[in-house]
Each structure stands twice: as C-alpha cells, then as structure tokens.
Design a protein around this ligand. Structure first.
Ligand code: G3H
Ligand code: 13P
Ligand code: ZN
Length: 349
C-alpha cells in the first residue's frame, strides 16, 4: 500500500472512536519494530520523524526505509509524518520528500525554544496548510506550549507553563484550517514529566474536554504521551542505568482523551527506554558479545512489545483492513472542492 494521508487515518479513527499511536523513528530497527507490532495487531499506524531524526538518518535513508515498510506491509495503512516542524521550510522539505503529513509547530519560534505569539503561530501554520493541502498532505498545528526539551527542541520548563486556552484553540482551528490540533494539557516531552503519579490536578483533562466540547469534530493530538512505565525504568537501572524516579502519562488518561476527541497520540520516550534497557541487559549479562545483532535484535523486540501494547490500548488494533487507501491526489482534490472540510465545526459555549 502506498503511504496514506494522515487525515484519512484520523477521519477513520474518529468514525471508529479510537486513537492512533504516532511513533518516532530514527533508524531501521525502530521502523521494523513498529511494522512488526502493526502487523501482529492489524493496526493502521503513524510513523513520525523529528528534525533531529531526519538529520541523524540523512533524510533519504529514513524515507526509503519507510517506503520499504509500506511495500513490505501492503495491508497496513501507514502515514509518514514530520514531527515538530519548526518552519515553513522544514515542512516544505518533508512534503517534497514524500511525507504524507507534517506538523507545523508554530507554538515556538523557528529556534524551537522561544514561545511565539498567537498571530505568528496562525500566520506560519496557515502558510503551511495552503502549501500542504494543495499537495494532499495533512497538517497538524499546535496551540499552547509543551514542557521539556528533546534534542534541543522545546520551551523547557514544566508542562503546566502554557496550557491551551479553549477560546484560542477555536480561533486557531478556524483561522488555520489544520486537520489535527495538538494541545497543551500539562504533558512534556522526555522521561521526566511528573515527580509523582499524576492525578486530575496535574494533567488538565478538563481543558481537553472543554476544547473537545467546542470543537467536537476536530482531531486532537496529545504530545508527550509516553507512560514511562516503572518496569521499563527498572530494566534500565538494573543493568547499570541511572534514571531518576519519574512518572509519565497513565494510559487511562490517554483513553479518557480518546473518548474526548484525541485521535493521535505521540510516543517516543517509552520506546527509547525499552531499547536502552534491552541493549544494557545484553551487554551487562554477556560482556563478551560484540556483534551488534546480538543486542539490536532484543532491542527491536522490546520496542515491538511496547508499540503493540499501545496499539491495543489506543484501540487502533484490528482496524488496518477497515478501509481502502485514498490516493494523495484524490485527497488534494478533496481539499480543493471542499469535500474534505477544513472549517471546524464550532459548538457554542
Ligand atoms: O519531539 C519529541 C520527540 O521525542 C522527538 O525527539 O527531537 O530528540 O528526535 P528528538
Ligand atoms: P514522549 O517524550 O512522551 O514520548 O513524547 C513524544 C512526542 O510528543 C513526540 O512529538
Ligand atoms: Zn511532541
């Protein structure tokens, strides 16, 4: 199956009332792990690459690997997504390479650190939407700012510093025409999200629910959604790692989000932990080994296990065969003739 539009994946997820995991990749083993999990659970899937990942893998290597994944798994709908695009140029280059979806993260200036103004965010996101939709490519925007820093990207600080304002979310969706909207509800990137198990006072699920009430048909996106499970932390620490005590986003909170309009859930850190734990274990227990396959194979398997579990928990499992892919050209026509709406349905307060 060719790579499909993320808009199609999310529209189908909305119909089915489930969420779709968006998993970050940097290399072949991570792509294989995701495809093994998607195949096993019969899941549609979003594969995403950050700017750092594209740089690390030299762009073309990564994109050809995704094409190989699509070719080898014709029964799995795969959307290839640019994660946290920092500028129009970054999104344009991903689209020109063949990505079927981009995130324009205009919540930060192009340095990827400084929060931008609302007007700057609307302007750059709108520009990306115009360019992308003409080519049948999906756009995710972000309103509100996540906490934490990954690979130099992020505003830093706690996830509670810039929670999304529901009125601004409505105005942003109306003025930009984005297909999916990332909101800030107190999560942050990376392993160190919370210093205690988050309860209702930490994650702003009430804000998410308020936004969903105002924008009932808009696909919401949760970033920073790794659960940072204790068992994965323990494996890392048992074999020489030095992770500090930490908590992630409980899966039940994500499921509550899915019942309230969340259709895309971003997960990277849990897979990083699984991979690192598996590699540490092999090198710790059998220090005489030096063939990379001896530790990359268990690492790939450990990531596959995490991804498969999330696919079941998010509800995308079993939905790979629900629909036939719509070509990107058809999607572009849909945006042009209005059959694919970019005007959000707005409910009154
Ligand atoms: O945006 C966060 C993802 O975990 C990607 O992280 O920028 O270190 O590749 P990265
Ligand atoms: P985590 O760091 O929680 O896995 O979040 C990943 C993410 O949001 C990628 O955009
Ligand atoms: Zn993110």
């Amino acid at each position: 199956m060719p790579l499909v539009s993320m808009r199609q994946l999310l529209d189908e997820a909305a119909k089915g009332g489930y969420g779709v995991g968006a998993f970050n990749v940097n290399d072949m083993e991570q792509i294989q792990a995701i495809m093994m999990a998607a195949k096993e659970t019969k899941s549609p899937v979003i594969v995403q690459a950050s700017r750092g990942a594209r740089q690390f893998a030299e762009d073309l290597y990564l994109f050809k690997l995704i094409q190989a994944a699509a070719e080898l798994n014709p029964e799995i709908p795969i959307a290839m997504h640019q994660d946290h695009g920092n500028s129009f140029e970054t999104c344009k280059s991903a689209i020109e390479l063949g990505y079927t979806s981009v995130m324009m993260d205009g919540s930060l200036k192009s340095d990827g650190k400084t929060p931008s103004t609302f007007e700057e965010n609307v302007e750059v996101t709108r520009k990306v939407v115009d360019f992308a939709h003409e080519r049948g490519v999906t756009v995710e925007g972000e309103i509100g700012v996540l906490g934490g820093v990954e690979d130099g990207h992020g505003a830093g600080g706690s996830g509670l510093d810039h929670i999304t304002d529901p009125d601004q979310a409505v105005e942003f969706a109306e003025r930009t025409g984005v297909d999916a909207l990332a909101i800030a509800i107190g999560t942050s990137h990376g392993a160190y999200k919370f210093t205690k198990k988050p309860d209702g006072s930490v994650l702003k699920m009430d804000v998410l629910i308020a936004i969903h009430k105002r924008l009932p048909k808009t696909h919401l996106v949760m970033h920073g959604s790794s659960s940072v499970p204790k068992d994965l932390q323990d494996v890392v620490n048992q074999y020489g790692g030095k992770l500090k005590e930490t908590w992630g986003v409980p899966v039940e909170e994500i499921q509550l989000g899915i019942r309230n309009g969340v259709r895309k859930i971003n997960v990277d850190t849990d897979n990083r932990l699984a991979i690192t734990g598996a590699i540490r274990k092999v090198l710790w227990e059998t220090p005489e080994k030096f063939d990379p396959r001896d530790y990359l194979k268990p690492a790939r398997e450990a990531m596959k296990k995490v991804v498969a579990a999330r696919m079941v928990e998010f509800g995308q499992a079993g939905h790979a065969g629900d629909y036939a892919p719509i070509s990107i050209e058809q999607i572009a026509k849909g945006y042009k003739d209005g059959s694919l709406s970019t005007r959000p349905l707005v409910a009154s307060k």
